[in-house]
Design a protein around this ligand. Structure first.
Ligand SMILES: Nc1ncnc2c1ncn2[C@@H]1O[C@H](COP(=O)(O)OP(=O)(O)O)[C@@H](O)[C@H]1O
Ligand SMILES: [Mg+2]
Length: 329
């Protein structure tokens, strides 16, 4: 993986020699994951990925995603146990290490998107049965669906995720039938809560992606991140209808800003994309920040840069980094 744009005032990730003192590290596209034994330290960086590649750095992106996820995990904990143990730094959460289910659970409420796997792209190309779901003729981009749908994808370690129908998930042996039934019920409950919460904050939660794992005690656990502008589409509620009537795209407050800008510049996901421009990085940072602030109702308190030594110290000294006693399981 290469970071193609550098920004002095952003957090690119933990240098190898810093991570080495904390535990074995795996670099995901956007997070550095440190293995602490029973637990993981998820270190959210400012790397922005789209089209399955890192395009550049977005200031405070890591902090926003980490803190917003922590906020949601707490608010959703009555629906499903979350993996989070503690947010020990603006950029770091200590989480229970789970056995991740091999599928990502995408829930969608609108016919939208720009990439080859999006509902709109596939509908526009003439398909009316997509991921096992039937769509009526005559729909236009961004139309609401009669009810939220689940479109699972495989979780590829690298490269593109493959779309699956719910039936494929079970027949392909990705997840057992009973477990899948539990997953789909929980995913729809989470999405319903997410939509209501977003609406109260003046946003539309259009779609999202959940990851689940099996945690301590064989419990279905919500892992990764939740309802962030990286994993979800958010539209500004106040202007959705007026812009739609004017034939305009909604105001996107999420990573779609980046995808649309690249699409407008002619990039369709093939070949190497241009590095993220400073202007687009700043626009994305502002949108992410807005989503954080309207949802949590609190101003973002930007953590200082450079972040590396602060983050390393937070992981090294956290009392949550190891499970203690025998009561935790
Ligand atoms: N509680 C957890 N237990 C095990 N793995 C997790 C947990 N939470 C998140 N993960 C995994 O950690 C990684 C987070 O880093 P990320 O940058 O998102 O990686 P990726 O490029 O694979 O999407 C993901 O692979 C995610 O599935
Ligand atoms: Mg990920």
């Amino acid at each position: 993986m290469t970071v193609v744009a550098a920004n002095t005032y952003a957090f690119e990730g933990l240098p190898d020699e810093v991570a080495a003192g904390l535990g074995p590290m795996r670099r995901g596209k956007v997070r550095d994951v440190i293995d602490l034994g029973d637990r993981l330290a998820l270190v959210a960086t400012d790397r922005l990925s789209a089209f399955d590649q890192v395009l550049g750095l977005v200031p405070h992106r890591g902090q926003i995603l980490n803190q917003l996820s922590a906020w949601w995990f707490e608010g959703l904990a009555d629906l499903v146990p979350p993996h989070i143990v503690a947010a020990v730094d603006p950029n770091v959460s200590i989480v229970e290490k789970c056995d991740p289910l091999p599928v990502e659970v995408v829930v969608r409420s609108r016919l939208t998107g720009t990439t080859s796997t999006s509902l709109w792209t596939r509908y526009e190309s003439g398909r009316r049965r997509i991921d096992g779901i039937d769509f009526r003729d005559g729909m236009v981009k961004n139309d609401p669906l009669p009810r939220p749908v689940i479109t699972p994808t495989t979780k590829a370690r690298s490269g593109h995720d493959q779309p699956l129908s719910e039936a494929d998930v079970i027949s392909g042996g990705w997840v057992g039938a009973e477990r899948w039934d539990q997953v789909r019920t929980v995913a729809l409950e989470l999405f319903d809560r997410g939509q209501q919460t977003a609406q109260a904050a003046g946003l539309v939660l259009v779609d999202t992606k959940y990851e689940f794992g099996i945690g301590p005690g064989d419990r279905l656990t919500l892992i990764d991140e939740v309802h962030t502008p990286d994993s979800s589409r958010f539209w500004r509620l106040a202007t959705v209808e007026s812009r739609r009537q004017a034939g305009l795209e909604p105001e996107n407050l999420d990573k779609e800003i980046v995808r649309l800008a690249y699409a407008a510049a002619g990039y369709r996901g093939e070949g190497t994309p241009e590095p993220l421009s400073d202007t687009l990085a700043a626009e994305t940072a502002a949108a992410y920040r807005q989503v954080f602030e309207v949802l949590t109702g609190a101003p973002l308190q930007p953590a200082p840069y450079p972040a590396e030594s602060r983050i390393a110290a937070a992981v090294a000294t956290s009392p949550h980094a190891r499970r203690v006693g025998n009561g935790a399981r």
